[in-house]
Design a protein around this ligand. Structure first.
Ligand SMILES: Cc1cc2nc3c(=O)[nH]c(=O)nc-3n(C[C@H](O)[C@H](O)[C@H](O)COP(=O)(O)OP(=O)(O)OC[C@H]3O[C@@H](n4cnc5c(N)ncnc54)[C@H](O)[C@@H]3O)c2cc1C
Length: 383
């Protein structure tokens, strides 16, 4: 049984000092940026905004300076993320690279890979996507069938990925593929990770899947005899499962797991205004109190990361509670304001309509609710 504990954490003065700087940056760059765009939260993209963040040193903030990283603390990074998410800033272009592909390459990549890929990520110029899910292999990731075979010069990849967010704009994918046939005795063996150039590799086809909100966010990605060089392998051949588990832990520990619906709370408060009746005030108060608790738990994760711990169980708990919170937000906003979601109208209506459609997906991305609860139960020694 894992130790479950949320060490109370405080943001140090240097992190709080950064907050003012980030707010000024956001006010300058997002003047007049509409509520419905802010509602996209970390799904909204703007390459120029990513470059501007890179120029300020706010991508790869905790990475070593020798690769272009900021060498700053997890708590400073927390403040930048928190402010960006609270403002609904369009951070999605570089999001995956900053959150997980960069840390993965720093941990498992070769020195050559680090030098080649990390600096462009920190400049906000290089975007990554995650090639894990396949048709019939989502929660049961170990059952993937996309395979890579060794060739004289590298590897030949065949198969299909699905639900690949932003594959159409990403420069690279880090894909989990099978390099050995599945072994029924060890389902996690024989998997490897590859860094695939999405723009240059022949035999890669990207097909859009439109989501319920009408956006092209997801894609199917097909590999037909796609040849990649030998140095596209990330980490150890056959060690993909351990690596991907580490990568998923990077994906589950941040404040984005409870702030995705923040714009709706903001618009709700604006809509109700200063004349809230007792029921409205109580409803908003409850939402604010939950938000504040989740924030404390999330800061605690950042504090533990800063002191070199790997609080995977605590991060899974924050993700599960945070996702429930952000997913319930449209229903709560409806109950409090007494307005049904509808297209058109003012900022509140538009944000509520968008959130009502988007929130369904929050409990799927990064591992479904049932899978997260399974991880928590295992951590608690219950299964
Ligand atoms: C917004 C969004 C972005 C995404 N982006 C990416 C991406 O960039 N790259 C990528 O690779 N994937 C991505 N995904 C895919 C996502 O990881 C999968 O949808 C998710 O892992 C679930 O897999 P699935 O859709 O195949 O559902 P399934 O695994 O088929 O699950 C169907 C249902 O069965 C339940 N279930 C499955 N197994 C169990 C079990 N053992 N015990 C209890 N219940 C179970 C699940 O909880 C779920 O409710 C994204 C998904 C979303 C919604």
């Amino acid at each position: 049984m894992e130790d479950i504990r949320f060490t109370p954490g405080l943001l140090p003065p240097e992190a709080e000092a950064l907050r003012a700087e980030v707010r000024t940056f956001i006010a300058d760059h997002l003047k007049g940026y509409p509520g419905v765009k802010r509602a996209k939260s970390w799904s909204g993209a703007d390459p120029e905004f990513s470059k501007a963040m890179g120029a300020r040193g706010w991508i790869g903030m905790t990475w070593p300076q020798e690769y272009g990283g900021g060498g700053r603390s997890f708590l400073e990074r927390y403040v930048v993320l928190e402010e960006m998410l609270a403002a609904g800033a369009p951070v999605s272009a570089h999001w995956v690279a900053d959150r997980q592909s960069g840390p993965l390459l720093l941990k498992f990549g070769t020195e050559e890979q680090r030098r080649k890929y990390i600096p462009a990520i920190t400049r906000g110029e290089s975007y990554f996507c995650i090639g894990m899910s396949e048709p019939n292999s989502g929660s049961d990731l170990a059952s993937i069938r996309t395979r890579a075979e060794k060739t004289a010069d590298g590897w030949r990849i065949n198969g299909q990925k699905i639900w690949t967010s932003k594959a159409h704009t990403a420069h690279h994918m880090i894909a989990l593929v099978r390099t050995q046939p599945q072994d029924p005795k060890d389902r996690h063996a024989g998997l490897s990770q590859f860094l695939i150039d999405m723009k240059e590799t022949k035999g890669v086809t990207i097909r859009p899947i439109r989501n319920m909100a009408g956006e092209q966010m997801f894609n199917e990605v097909f590999f037909e005899d796609a040849e990649v060089p030998a140095d596209a392998l990330v980490g150890t051949e056959g060690g993909g499962w351990g690596q991907v588990t580490t990568e998923l832990a990077f994906e589950r520990s941040g404040p984005e797991r409870y702030l995705s619906s923040y714009q709706l709370l903001f618009e709700l408060v604006r809509e109700i205004g200063a004349d809230a009746g007792p029921a409205e005030a109580a409803g908003i108060g409850r939402l604010a109190a939950h938000l504040s608790t989740l924030r404390q738990m999330s800061i605690s994760i950042a504090t533990m990361l800063e002191s070199g711990e790997t609080p995977n169980l605590a991060a899974a708990i924050v993700k599960e509670l945070g996702v429930a919170y952000e997913q319930d937000m449209p229903g709560k906003a409806h109950d409090i304001a007494g307005i049904s979601p509808r297209m058109g109208g003012g900022d509140f209506d538009q944000v509520m309509a968008y959130m009502t459609m988007a929130a369904r997906s929050f409990s799927l991305r990064g591992g479904t609710r049932e899978i997260m609860r399974g991880i928590i139960a295992r951590g608690l020694g219950l299964r």
